[in-house]
Design a protein around this ligand. Structure first.
Ligand code: ADP
Ligand code: MG
Length: 249
């Protein structure tokens, strides 16, 4: 018998409605440690909702969600949610940096205030992370002095500062100027190469193809098709996947 690596994220038949509208209609997905999975699909198909259910920002109506040892659907209080939130970071389209704090402070705040780590260790790690996202020399700047792409890389460094096991990226390049999109995607590519487990909602099809181990195509609250990128992009099996790719490629 082949030993199976237990998945780090497991969604089993999750359902989620807003009012009378069911927006997730039985989503099942497993992500193993070190895997990068891209979610693509039309606007409104439920991609962001999937990510928000995974880190417990939204309660589900039915189904099962496990992240590591956390059975997310069973967690009842915000306080009990904290260990999960430390394990799973999320980066959004709007980077939401603190405008009156320096780049360095933005990266240091959460580990100091939330994890209560020692200033010296946090400082050292923040400098290392800012170097990793290629913002060495910008530590003392304020967010407003940076380009959108640079601010988004600060947001990524800030997420990494919490030492998460998983990062969820929700269209993090959607609001950026085309010339800065690439530097953010390169940063993410390096994190994937380092073995960080990532779930990425993206419209960047070339990036999805080059970086992810698997791609999910969602439509109307369902995962229509899930396959390694070469297969999904070159030989999509479902007519809806073909139609979507025909529009965006
Ligand atoms: P995507 O990220 O694929 O564009 P979303 O997950 O954001 O899609 O949204 C899926 C559907 O759920 C959409 O029809 C959206 O309008 C609806 N929706 C999302 N969030 C809420 C909310 N908080 N209240 C009501 N409807 C919502
Ligand atoms: Mg979305």
């Amino acid at each position: 018998m082949i030993a199976r690596t237990p998945s780090l994220i497991e969604l089993d038949n999750i359902h989620k409605s807003f009012g009378n509208t069911e927006v997730l209609k039985g989503i099942s997905l497993e992500v193993t440690k070190g895997e990068a999975v891209c979610i693509i699909g039309p606007s409104g198909s439920g991609k962001s909702t999937i990510l928000r259910c995974i880190n417990g920002l939204l309660p589900i109506d039915d189904g099962f969600i496990r992240v590591g040892e956390h059975r997310v659907h069973e967690i009842e209080s915000e306080k009990a949610m904290r260990p999960l939130r430390h394990q799973v970071a999320m980066v959004f389209q709007q980077y939401n940096l603190f405008p009156h704090r320096t780049v360095l402070d933005n990266v240091m705040m959460a580990p100091m205030q939330v994890l209560k780590h020692q200033r010296e260790a946090v400082h050292e790690r923040a400098l290392r992370l800012l170097k990793k996202v290629r913002l060495e020399g910008k530590e003392g700047r304020y967010p407003g002095e940076l380009s959108g792409g640079q601010q988004q890389r600060v947001a990524i460094a800030r997420a990494l500062a919490m030492q998460p096991e998983i990062i969820l990226f929700d269209e993090v390049t959607a609001a950026l100027d085309p010339e800065t999109v690439k530097e953010v995607l390169n940063t993410i590519r390096e994190l994937v190469d380092d073995g960080l487990t990532c779930l990425l909602v993206t419209h960047e099809m070339r990036f999805a193809r080059e970086v992810s181990h698997r791609v999910c195509f969602t439509d109307k609250g369902k995962i229509v098709e899930m396959a390694p990128p070469a297969q999904l992009f070159d030989d999509p099996q479902d007519a809806r996947t073909r139609e979507f790719l025909g529009q965006v490629l």
